[in-house]
Design a protein around this ligand. Structure first.
Ligand code: BGC
Length: 537
């Protein structure tokens, strides 16, 4: 069992404490890191459809856009590598930064990493909004990418470690809620700035300064997580934070489990090498697969390019931005549904239900486009039916693969590989986000309506993967997660069940603590007498 903890006959335990107002407030502030990520996702589609912006930085794209306006195929209007590079460059930078942010989260803490994210965002906003030359724009995008890499590394971990296990799902999804609010906010801003005679794009890019300041303040004011404090030897501060966030004095049992996890983590000198070991296979495979699948739902085809997509459906530019706002609002509301039900219905149920809903909606969109879009014209009522179907699709993503793609990886890795695991999660996500951003418009041009069937086919694969290989993790304490693998029909062959050890050692299950040595050699067992709560300092 990774990270240690008492396992009584395989039962999952609960620590004393309640969900305090303090922990909720702290999690809300931390989650604001997601606002920035969301704003970046949502803003680029609108900005790149503004003629003044194109004329300044991408004159060739503007000329092509005007020439193609009169062309036959609606699907190829915006197919341009440079334009896509503006959107995608941020994610390449985020990808690279993740490996630095993994180091800072482990050695300097979650809070410090959020602070770096905040500063990178602030400078990124200054460079992009004030850009005179394309080089300034690129530097700005790279800095914003650093911010996204650092924030996406630190915030989900922060939330999962702060939250009581009973509400970990809901509190962690605050991150995704912030992402969706950021996207909606960006589409509202684009809707307003598009009407400005001059410098609309600058205003769009400058308003990102608001969430940037918010996360910077968060990085300055929040306490770090008890897990991270223990990991850095600050035991007394960790106890104090635990008392405040759990609202009880009796925190020794939870503290001890964190301490055992931390001792074990400390002996792991090379977390990235460790993560490749056989016993970490389930976490690694699931986290990477979740990221690949999350992006191959095709969600960012909509999030990045909704205004462009709606223009393809024959809408005018204002109606397109307006429709993007509707989709953004549905995204936020459906994420609230996830918060309400994730700790009740569980992760698996949501993932599976969403696959069915996404598959049906995507297939229907493909049929409508195939039948309705002739040249650049489509009957208006069909355009609106497509908007409704896109909302059906986005809502199912928003209560499942969106939030759970971040929640599940942040809760399944043991402390010893948690930072490295999160880095791999974020970077895998960024690779595929980059890919979709870079190729979607070209794929739309090549596949036409078939693009939606392409994504629908991936949804079938995700359904099967979830059904067979993703176990339920609802309500299980974060440092107890290995129990899940030891009981799983497939993953148990990678993670041995502690009972086998209990049997061979002759110590009854209820009298033992299990934890793994950092040298990678399976599980050590000692009697509970040696590890009474509070015995470890
Ligand atoms: C994904 C983003 C996506 C967003 C949409 C997030 O979970 O990682 O790529 O744009 O959800 O709400």
């Amino acid at each position: 069992m990774a990270g240690g903890g008492v396992v009584t006959a395989g039962e999952i335990k609960h620590y004393p404490g309640r969900t305090t107002f303090f922990v909720i407030m702290v999690c809300i502030v931390a989650a604001s890191g997601g606002l920035m990520f969301g704003y970046d996702v949502g803003i680029s589609g609108g900005v790149t459809s503004m003629d003044e912006f194109l004329a300044k930085f991408f004159p060739a794209v503007l000329a092509k856009k005007r020439a193609e306006a009169a062309s036959e195929s609606a699907y190829c209007k915006y197919d341009d590598q440079k334009l896509q590079a503006f959107t995608s460059s941020l994610y390449i930078s985020a990808l690279v930064s993740t490996f630095f942010s993994s180091y800072t989260t482990r050695h300097y803490g979650r809070k410090f990493t959020m602070l770096i994210a905040g500063f990178a965002f602030c400078f990124g906003v200054i460079f992009t909004a004030a850009a005179q030359e394309i080089i300034m724009l690129i530097i700005g995008r790279v800095l914003l990418g650093w911010g996204v890499g650092f924030a996406n590394q630190a915030v989900p971990l922060y939330l999962s470690e702060m939250a009581p296990s009973k509400w970990r799902g809901a509190l962690n999804i605050l991150f995704q809620l912030a992402v969706t609010i950021g996207i909606l906010f960006a589409s509202l801003v684009n809707y307003g700035t598009e009407k400005m005679a001059r410098n609309g794009w600058r205003v769009s890019l400058a308003i990102a300064g608001l969430p940037a300041i918010f996360i910077t303040l968060g990085g300055l004011l929040l306490p770090d997580t008890p897990n991270s404090l223990v990991q850095r030897g600050k035991h007394e501060s960790a106890r104090q934070v635990l008392r405040r966030i759990r609202g009880v004095d009796n925190i020794e049992e939870e503290f001890d489990d964190i301490l055992i996890a931390s001792n074990e983590a400390a002996s792991v000198k090379h977390p990235f090498r460790n993560i490749l070991k056989r016993r970490n296979r389930p976490q690694l495979v699931i986290s990477m697969a979740l990221q690949f699948f999350q992006q191959f739902t095709g969600i960012n085809a909509i999030m990045f390019y909704a205004p462009v997509l709606f223009q393809t459906l024959g809408f005018g530019s204002s109606a397109s931005l307006y429709s993007a706002v509707i989709v953004g609002a549905v995204n936020v509301l459906a994420t609230c549904v996830a918060i309400a039900v994730v700790d009740r219905f569980g992760r698996r149920w949501l993932l599976l239900e969403a696959c069915i809903q996404m598959f049906l909606a995507q297939t229907a969109i493909a049929i409508i486009l195939a039948a309705g879009l002739k040249g650049t014209e489509m009957p208006e009522y069909l355009g609106w039916i497509a908007v409704v179907l896109i909302c059906v699709y986005v809502s199912s993503f928003a209560w499942s693969w969106g939030p759970l793609g971040w929640l599940i990886p942040s809760e399944i890795f043991p402390l010893e590989t948690r930072s490295a695991g999160q880095a791999i999660t974020v970077s895998t996500n960024m690779v595929f986000t980059f890919l979709i951003a870079q190729v979607f418009l070209s794929m739309l041009c090549a596949f036409k309506w078939g693009i939606f069937l392409f994504f629908a086919a991936w949804v079938v694969v995700m359904f099967l993967f979830t059904y067979f290989l993703i176990p339920e993790t609802k309500g299980i304490p974060i440092e107890e997660m290995d129990l899940v693998w030891t009981k799983h029909w497939f993953w148990k062959r990678y993670v041995p069940y502690p009972e086998t050890l209990a049997h061979t050692s002759g110590i009854p299950m209820g009298d033992m603590k299990f934890f793994r040595l950092g040298d990678g050699k399976d599980i050590s067992v000692c009697s509970r007498a040696r590890l009474e709560p509070g015995a470890l300092k």
